[in-house]
Design a protein around this ligand. Sequence first.
Ligand SMILES: *Cc1c(COP(=O)(O)O)cnc(C)c1O
Length: 404
Amino acid sequence: MYSTTSNQQLTDLAASYGTPLYVYNADKISEQYQQLQTAFEGVNSRFFFACKALTNINILKHIRSLGCNIDCSSINEAHLAIRAGFDPKNILYTSNGIAFDEIETAVDLGINVNIDSLSNLEKFGKKYGHNYPVGIRLRPNILAGGNLKISTGHEKSKFGIPIEQLDQLLALVKQYNIYIAGLHIHTGSEIKDVAVFMQVADIFFDLVPHFPEIHFLDLGGGFKVPYKEEEAGTDIPLLSAKVQESLKNLAATYQRNFQVWFEPGKFLVSECGSFITQVNVLKENAAATFVGINSGFNHLIRPMFYEAYHRIRNISNPDGPIKHYAVTGNICETDTFAWDRPLNEVREGDLLVFDNAGAYGFEMGSNYNSRFLPAQVMIKNGVAFLIRKRDVLEDILRNQIELD
Ligand SMILES: *Cc1c(COP(=O)(O)O)cnc(C)c1O
């Protein structure tokens, strides 16, 4: 269930490269992708890795080598995808709130685009008419996802064209003869319940007659992975069975075939990642015993930003007695990773490892407090490679202009 990187290997890597350190096991990514391929065998489907979860160029190249496609959330990610060797036709840019010139660049690159506003759709229609196929991102008014910050389909969400504006949308499509190739709805992250995806499929079902040229239906990403010990993720085989059923219905009703697209981010890269930190100080207190580690929300913000749970293990004392701790960072902010967390007895210098650290860990990191971003290591076929150096002071100063 968790990353296959052993404690011994993590300890050795900490000794070689120092801490804090992100470690990604590429073999686990392959395993996750294979799980999708196996479940969706025989289903007309394509998977696009939502790369904002983890964009190191070596990870992108590994994912390309698996035969997976890629979904980008900025034009820079699209440039990275091309740099990683993805064929433009396997790159998707699902935009939100972007300037139109990024869409023009996307068209110049020859990649797939999902447009998320009537404003950009109109500009697109004026410039390209029927000459370039495009997808449209819709907002279905469904509340789903692990919490409101990662929920994108509800009625107060900025994402997508609200479904109640369908008439305006269709008027634009007609006026400029826009080539609508597909529909896209991403309801959010950590969607455990397959029924949410099926709710979206039902919405698509009703929309299809309005769009005679569409051939793909993009259900977005957001497959849940287990973070807690006893948690279950999205039931992928069940999802596949339901999707297959839905595609059959569509084909029977409309006499045409549709392809389903998915954009998993977390599902592919969350569990491959381990984040190794070291204990700086122990601080006894009436409220808690604080374990002060050499990291903070500048390296892993999910616990503070989303109140996300990450499993933490003391790999330096795996047989020590269980005690309860508050695990905190060294940033001048309240950066609590975990409160009242049972851990094997912690001593200063011990290595604490965060599981499920592959997705939205390093990517959401910053240099706050002028601290360095961690180094990154990728393990492939059991062999470890440094794929990003730890920052040095020059990196902090790099774009500053020092006046006399
Ligand atoms: C972030 C995002 C995803 C991936 O979400 P995960 O929870 O990581 O699977 C997919 N599609 C879009 C449009 C996104 O913004």
